[in-house]
Design a protein around this ligand. Structure first.
Ligand code: SF4
Length: 252
């Protein structure tokens, strides 16, 4: 059956709507609809930023943030595993080699304990008010670990990129994103909005959602723990889990 909603984007009503399973299903089946929702929220925030004279500087061919910590939840890890498994053998071998290289760099940086969500503290697991991962995010960024999907400074899986990548929008110059020593990254506050909503519908009631850094996503096969729900129930649960932050650029 089809479910959806309408949002106003740049003065126009934009309807997102997709077919979802009528009966009990897994959160990963909601991913296309939640990507559409994320896209509409991002488009609305971008339009608001432009109207305030602070346009978003993120572009498809920009890889300035592709050495930052990218959290991947259960459903998205499942989708990435399927996607990589379906690649032609030669391409898959290259991608897997880049995953191994990223993991080796994480080991060198002392970040390999993040491969087990249970070893993260509550403070590390949750984003701060700016939508960042605090000290662990900063250490990751300072370690300059290439995303395994980065090829020739472009995202090689752009249509399949995780929600965390889609929702990270800045109005500051791109060079600030790649250099944590430079202050002045101005985000829109969209970081993690739908990512967290998707992670929340995959977690038992009252439990913190799990995520893992992208370089460990392909080997992360967590025990199933979704609360059962039909497609429409999971969508409404995701909408209820949206936690809006500041969705406009900071005044200059
Ligand atoms: S998945 Fe793509 S957009 Fe996201 S960090 Fe990796 S290369 Fe960049």
């Amino acid at each position: 059956m089809r479910v959806g909603l309408e949002l106003e984007v740049d003065g126009r009503a934009v309807r997102i709507e997709r077919a979802v399973p009528r009966g009990p299903t897994a959160a990963v089946k909601l991913l296309p609809l939640l990507r559409d929702l994320s896209g509409a929220i991002v488009a609305r925030a971008s339009a608001q930023a432009s109207a305030m004279g602070q346009p978003v500087t993120c572009r498809e061919a920009c890889a300035a943030c592709c050495r930052q910590l990218v959290p991947v939840g259960r459903a998205e890890a499942e989708r990435l595993r399927e996607f990589v498994a379906a690649m032609p053998a030669k391409r898959r071998a290259g991608v897997l080699a880049r995953f191994r290289a990223a993991q080796a760099e994480m080991r060198s940086a002392g970040l390999d304990r993040l491969r087990e969500p249970a070893r993260m503290s509550d403070g590390e697991r949750a984003r701060d008010a700016r939508g960042d991962y605090g000290a662990v995010g900063l250490l990751y960024q300072r370690s300059h670990i290439d995303c395994p999907f980065l090829a020739d400074e472009r995202c090689a899986i752009y249509p399949e990129r995780p929600l965390a990548c889609r929702e990270h929008l800045v109005t500051s110059a791109p060079e600030h994103c790649g250099r944590p020593e430079l202050p002045g990254v101005e985000g829109l506050g969209t970081d993690g909005l739908v990512f967290e909503a998707l992670a929340a519908i995959d977690a038992p009631a009252g439990a913190e959602p799990d995520w893992i850094p992208l370089p460990y996503a392909l080997e992360w096969v967590p025990a199933p723990r979704s609360r059962p729900g039909t497609g429409p129930e999971l969508f409404h649960r995701a909408l209820a889990a949206l936690r809006p932050r500041r969705l406009e650029p900071a005044a200059s």
